[in-house]
Design a protein around this ligand. Sequence first.
Ligand code: NDP
Length: 520
Amino acid sequence: MSTAMADTATDAAEQEPRTFESLNPATGDVVGVHAIDDEATVREAVRRARADAAWWDELGFDGRREILGKWRGVIARRMGELAAVVHDETGKPHADAQLEIGLTVDHLAWAAGHARKVLGPTKSFAGLLMANQSAVVEHRPLGVIGVIGPWNYPVFTPMGSIAYALAAGNCVVFKPSELTPGVGEWLAASLREVVPDRALLQVVTGLGETGAALCTAGVDKLAFTGSTETGKKVMAACAQTLTPVIVEAGGKDALLVDEDADVASAADAAAWGAFSNAGQTCIGVERVYVHERVYDSFVDALVARAQNVHPGGGPGAHYGPATLPKQLDLIRGHIDDALASGGRALVGGEGAVGDRFVQPTVLVDVPEDRPANTDETFGPTITVKKVASMDEAVRLANATRYGLGSTVFSKAHGTEIARRLRCGMTAVNDVISFAAIPSLPFGGVGDSGFGRIHGPDGLREFTYAKAIASRRMKPVMLLTTFDRTAKQDSTFAQLITVMHGRATTMQRPAAVVSRLRRSR
Ligand code: NDP
């Protein structure tokens, strides 16, 4: 080939839009073809968002609430249509897709309805020294928020950022997972139906590189949900431009069963928390610690439950396939390792991992230092361990690098045990309940990430605090002037001593007093 021909071929290849396919994980069928957006396209989306951010901000809380209310109506009315897209791209049962959409709509209503109260101007007392001032704080939108979403709850999870960011007055550029791009596009298109000519929510599609491009495209904050490892890459990329990040990176959540617990309810909750959505839930139950007095009855109830839970692609299935094909090897690895290191499978176990579907697996006697107890499995597996007390249960539950959610079943001590668990959220005598309460913040500690979505904290997360101090009258004593006199300085010193001096009077410690007495 001549050089000219080679150049033409290269040009043609460069100009050809790059695409990728979205597949149904239950069947392998292609359900959509999407663009692989490059850096320039992502930057252009951020530029468009910035151009409309001022309009959206100036619309105010009421204007935004009206538009977000209309959007909520569109999503609610066409929930079945969106659920079908979720079902096609994730394989989860239609009813489960509907459940996450319904909860999302409720969050959207809360965020839009509470934005003014949480973010609007609030007066505070300026203090005695500055009594001539009025002090006001309000929370202003950051501008453009980048959202990188996961595939496991492709509506509920990213919308935990998108809805709150929009309600706070920001525009959003959303990069859905490469497994669920159609869901992201559906969401953006549905908001465009309400506001056709403004870039309130744009979707960029592609693989990891498109997400990486979003981190450095000039957004004012980046909200990421996914693995801890990718979360670190996102932080590193964002550090280049001092772009703040929120990281929601999964967990190894524990469920604790006390001796006074309603054992049947605890077993039901453990089964749902572990197996629903094929175990692909960041706040799913992965470990259980059960008081020795109720251990046998709990295990019997959990096994009976697990034996009646079945995955599949049909209407009767309790959950669908593993959405991320590479996850199958990881789940198999955790189960095989658990069995090889002394664990026993009471349900599932060896052979539970098929080509696409994973059978529910209940493991007991797995050493605490094995991956089934230390690493996020993200599959329908659960380990159960007998403990002598709730002290031991709390110690083991906290012995993890993660700290996202947890569950406690106890009639008398639920809240007390919950407070001792080092993690962002705890459900007492229920499972995953905190995620469905819009007024509660959602997020973790440690390797589970940082920052909060949902609730007042979730609204503030997409704003900056703006302090305004306004002089209301002449001060008795003006402190910020070069005309200040020595007399004023002395009055100021006396004032501070009167106001705060007593607070710093040291009590003689008892040990010192007794030493003084002895030395007399
Ligand atoms: P990743 O963390 O790799 O991906 C999460 C999101 O980040 C996706 O949208 C992905 O895009 C994007 N991404 C990937 N690489 C980059 C990058 N360099 N810069 C910016 N964005 C990037 O998770 P996986 O989907 O591979 O899942 C792996 C594991 O992560 C799971 O097994 C599970 O343990 C955990 N996980 C936890 C979730 C949670 O809810 N906390 C959700 C999903 C996964 P793309 O999909 O196009 O690669």
